[in-house]
Design a protein around this ligand. Structure first.
Ligand code: FMN
Length: 180
């Protein structure tokens, strides 16, 4: 099984990215996980993306291919102004096209949030899940994972064993969800 991860934060030292890299280590030996980079995607413009993809930007084609080749998608999102970052919405909009040929449709997905506030980005996660249904993805209903950053990291490293356990449980559930 192969999981492709999308990190909503573009920061090199993003905590969401750290959690995805940690998730990579928590998966069994028969599951691989790679991160699809979204920082070089242009802003979505339907005119750049004909139905035959003949002039679609290379970075967009790469993202679509990475998702098509994966058995499941893992999304880690921060909360920006009570919502997912624009960069993540932009990536999902690109991946959802061409119309009726979406790389996202019927793809199993699990999303978690990590945020600076005491709610761990839950408002962003709720909004993101609505978007994922709109993309016709198969959204894993539970468990949910919202990570409060202030109690979880020290010097950029994950130090809370309870969060590590929750993350292990979360990605294991995604594997089962994708298999089903
Ligand atoms: C533009 C902006 C808006 C933010 N808004 C929120 C917010 O509404 N709620 C929240 O909990 N944190 C908010 N934050 C804090 C982020 O959750 C925090 O910076 C987090 O570390 C970002 O994730 P990352 O480490 O993966 O980059 C905001 C940060 C930025 C840059």
């Amino acid at each position: 099984m192969h999981i492709v991860a999308i990190v909503g934060s573009l920061r090199a030292k993003s905590y969401n990215r750290v959690l995805v890299i940690e998730a990579q280590k928590l998966l069994g030996p028969d599951v691989t996980l790679s991160i699809a980079e979204i920082g070089d995607l242009p802003l979505f413009n339907e005119e750049l993306d004909p139905a035959d993809e003949s002039t679609t930007p290379a970075s967009v084609l790469r993202l679509r291919q990475q998702i098509r080749e994966a058995d499941a998608v893992l999304i880690a999102t921060p909360e920006y102004n009570h919502a997912p970052p624009g960069s993540l919405k932009n990536a999902l909009d690109w991946a959802s096209r061409p119309f009726m040929k979406s790389a996202l449709a019927k793809k199993p997905v699990a999303a978690f949030s990590a945020g600076g506030g005491r709610f761990g980005g839950v408002r962003s996660l709720v909004m993101l899940r609505t978007m994922l249904y709109g993309c016709r993805m198969l959204v894993m209903p539970s468990p949910e994972l919202m990570v409060n950053l202030s109690e979880t990291f020290k010097d950029g490293e994950l130090v809370d064993p309870k969060v590590r356990d929750s993350l292990r449980e979360f990605v294991a559930a995604l594997v089962v969800w994708a298999q089903r």
